[in-house]
Design a protein around this ligand. Structure first.
Ligand code: PAF
Length: 290
């Protein structure tokens, strides 16, 4: 059996031509935007995109607009050869590898801001972050013109913000959420897990363990404020340096849910957390069934 070839595309115009040709031939296009350093979680998003479209494009672009000064833009893992090998094995059709100048042409001053939702939770700790994400994803959508795009539920706030942007701006693309891939101890797969020392890696599963335990307690009628306090204490006791937040929110709006009495049956709820393990910030989230 011959291995399928993957088109490597570096310019917006070439990508648009390729996508136009596919669509003229009656094909549909699924899109998975990434920042590279791919792992099994990303590949599962490619597999998901294949369920919804006949062609799949993956972009790899470490987006400077979503990093603040002092964050890890310079050290963010870049592994183009390994990424391309994984994408070839996953039989994706094209990989888009734009330069910064391709994404942000000289003199570019246009941003996309999903107000409100971008300023909650992670947005409090990384105020620039979701503006950078929305801006680059809007640009990537215009370059790739996908019919569907798949984003991991691991970055739950990002997923909801992109859904909102697509709704508000009328992008003709369906947004699909992909399940979080986890290691054996529950740690959500993330490119930033590469930063963890061996000792930190042994501790890292505690964030998921805390969220999972909290979710079970909430579904059994525990009082949210107590459950959230316990979850924070659990993560700190396990060895995390600090907790930015562990929050119980409405899954659609991301607004905090009332915390002083048990949640009524049928309430839609999601638990999100962010915590520092040494110099690495981990985020995770779980659904709550009530
Ligand atoms: O989730 C990511 O990897 C990035 O935030 C994204 C969506 C590719 C935008 O740069």
């Amino acid at each position: 059996m011959t291995e399928k070839s993957v088109a490597i595309v570096r310019s917006r115009v070439a990508l648009q031509q390729q996508v136009r040709a596919w669509k003229a031939a009656g094909e549909t296009v699924g899109f998975v935007p990434t920042m590279g350093a791919l792992h099994a979680g990303h590949i599962s998003l490619v597999e998901k995109a294949k369920e919804f479209a006949s062609r799949v494009v993956v972009s790899i672009f470490v987006n400077p607009a979503q990093f603040a000064p002092g964050e890890d833009f310079d050290t963010y893992p870049r592994r183009e050869d390994e990424d391309l090998a994984l994408l070839k094995a996953a039989a994706c059709d094209a990989v888009y590898l734009p330069t910064v100048a391709e994404m942000y042409p000289d003199g570019s001053v246009t941003d996309v801001r999903v107000n409100g939702m971008s300023d909650l939770l992670d947005g409090i700790y990384r105020p620039h972050f979701f503006y950078g994400v929305a801006t680059v994803v809007a640009r990537l959508f215009l370059h790739a013109q996908p019919d569907v795009a798949v984003f991991g539920e691991k970055d739950y706030q990002q997923l909801q913000i992109i859904r909102r942007m697509v709704r508000d701006l009328g992008f003709p693309v369906e947004i699909i959420g992909g399940d979080t891939k986890r290691d054996g101890d529950g740690l959500a797969q993330s490119s930033r897990n590469l930063y963890l020392s061996a000792e930190e890696r042994r501790t890292a599963g505690a964030l998921f363990a805390a969220l999972h335990r909290a979710s079970v307690r909430l579904s059994r009628g525990a009082i949210p404020s107590e459950v959230l306090d316990e979850a924070r204490a659990f993560v700190l006791t396990a060895g995390f340096k600090s907790v930015d937040y562990i929050a119980l929110v409405d899954p659609g709006t991301l607004q905090a849910l009332p915390a002083d009495s048990p949640l009524p049956a049928g309430t839609a709820a999601r638990l999100l957390g962010a915590a520092w393990l040494g110099r690495t910030r981990l985020i995770d989230n779980v659904s709550v069934t009530l």
